[in-house]
Design a protein around this ligand. Structure first.
Ligand SMILES: *Cc1c(COP(=O)(O)O)cnc(C)c1O
Length: 450
């Protein structure tokens, strides 16, 4: 299209204007395919998801030693699935009705890291530690992973560094896990990272390097510094297979939770999952796992802030080229610090092309209002990024009323009996004072609209 957006062609073309004008949009993915249509090259598949789950299981004992808070769960890092009927009703007070069964997948309560990053970040650090120890001859393949927590191994790890670039939560997850094993840890933080996250990391002996730029700049700086250090390992959030697989295991866990509730997923009873999206690793890994496990009757939708719709722009392009939200005049500034990403992961975006049903964008004010509604109705405390998914079912319903919008080929009648899962991705560790501010902003907005 001519005029302002360079070489980027979007489908539909009208999307460019709406995105640039910061209007909330709901985009239905024209490249969605059934699993059998999607040419699944064997590079990555369900076997890799199961393999990652097996590895998590093997690490259970080690995790219990490293993190006493995991003793009650025998080293399992998992979140609850809460029914949220009160929230559903709170959203539909205005007379409109919302049907189906609604749940919150409460990753905001995940132990150790307090966010969805516990799934990917801790996994990648453990995998790296074991590989390093094996490769260096410090352990043998048949050794129990618990040896990784012995003083002898700690001494070895202390000569090595683990580094990462982050808007905050991935840094917390990687920094905490790496420090627990005895690694030297460096977290490159973007300018939007919260002060309390830096304080929390420094208290654990993690080196925090602050950068003026955004997420991409922090990652680039970390990658660059680590490249010159033979004893350093960089967790690359723009390109990591291990993060992706660590996240993907959530699909197996969610399927089990739904089965325990006797919730069936099939053509007449689809599952709709709404996931806040930053660089794409967490929602991408989970979507990958869910589509491969549950097939074509699970519909995953990503939620992004108005100022940072990097995955939307990437997937809506007709030619799948790299793109920055800045190419569309956006500044990547949002109160959803966990989602403040200008470019989608190069690794994840192409994988999502046939798998994700759609992407929608959410105004910052809406995040606070919904954060407040969720606390009021369900007593759950989340951070603004985690609120991005909460409008999902309403936004989908609205979109389905538009004549030719059929994300993942679902129709309006299909979602009446659907199960909706709203993924809340972070919040437990937010300090009280900080949370009060979120609450207040949400309360004011709530009363100004109600
Ligand atoms: C990181 C993060 C996400 C999104 O994960 P990506 O892998 O960056 O897409 C969502 N919510 C919160 C709270 C996060 O910290």
């Amino acid at each position: 299209m001519s005029g302002g957006f360079g070489a980027h062609r979007l489908h539909p073309p009208s999307l460019a204007q709406a995105v640039s004008a910061k209007q909330p949009v709901f985009w239905s993915n024209p490249n969605w395919r059934t699993l059998s249509e999607a040419a699944t090259d064997a590079a990555l598949g369900l076997a890799d998801v199961r393999d990652a789950e097996a590895r998590w299981q093997r690490f259970g004992g080690l995790l219990e030693i490293l993190f006493p808070e995991l003793r009650a769960s025998a080293g399992l890092i998992e979140s609850q699935l809460y029914p949220v009927d009160a929230f559903r009703q709170a959203l539909t007070d205005d007379g409109s009705s919302a049907t189906g069964r609604w749940f919150v997948k409460a990753d905001h309560e995940l132990p150790v890291a307090g966010s969805i990053k516990a799934r990917g970040g801790i996994y990648e650090v453990l995998v790296h530690a074991e590989r390093l120890a094996l490769g260096s001859g410090w352990i043998q393949a048949e050794d129990d992973p618990c040896v990784l927590a012995t003083p002898r191994l700690r001494e070895c790890f202390a000569r090595h560094r683990v580094a990462v670039g982050s808007t905050g939560n991935l840094g917390l997850s990687i920094g905490i896990a790496a420090a627990a094993l005895g690694f030297r840890a460096t977290v490159h933080m973007s300018s939007d990272a919260k002060a309390w996250k830096k304080i929390r990391l420094r208290a654990r002996g993690v080196e925090v390097v602050e950068h003026e730029g955004d997420f991409g700049a922090a990652v680039a700086a970390g990658r660059e510094q680590t490249a010159h250090d033979a004893h350093a390992y960089f967790v690359d959030d723009e390109n990591s297979r291990e993060l992706f697989l660590g996240y993907s295991v959530a699909a197996l866990r969610l399927r089990k939770q739904l089965a325990d509730l006797r919730i069936e997923i099939d053509a007449g009873r689809p599952l709709c999952v709404y996931l806040p999206c930053g660089v794409g690793g967490a929602p991408g890994g989970i979507t990958f796992g869910l589509r491969h496990l549950l097939g074509d009757h699970v519909h995953c939708f990503f939620a992004e802030p108005l100022a940072s719709p990097c995955m939307l722009l990437r997937l809506a392009q007709t030619d799948d080229a790299d793109v920055s939200v800045r190419d569309f005049g956006l500044d990547n500034r949002t109160a959803a610090d966990g989602l403040a990403v200008a470019r989608a992961s190069q690794f994840v975006a192409p994988l999502m092309r046939p798998l994700v049903s759609g992407v929608f964008t959410v105004a910052d004010d809406q995040l606070f209002e919904d954060l407040y509604r969720l606390e009021r109705s369900e007593g759950l405390r989340i951070e603004p990024s985690a609120a991005a998914a909460l409008r999902g079912p309403m936004r989908l319903r609205q979109a389905l009323r538009d004549a030719d919008c059929t994300p993942g080929r679902i129709r309006a009648t299909d979602i009446e009996p659907a199960t909706h899962v709203l993924w809340t991705t972070g919040g437990t560790f937010v300090p009280e004072e900080e949370y009060r501010e979120f609450h207040e902003r949400g309360r004011m907005l709530f009363h100004s609209v109600a």
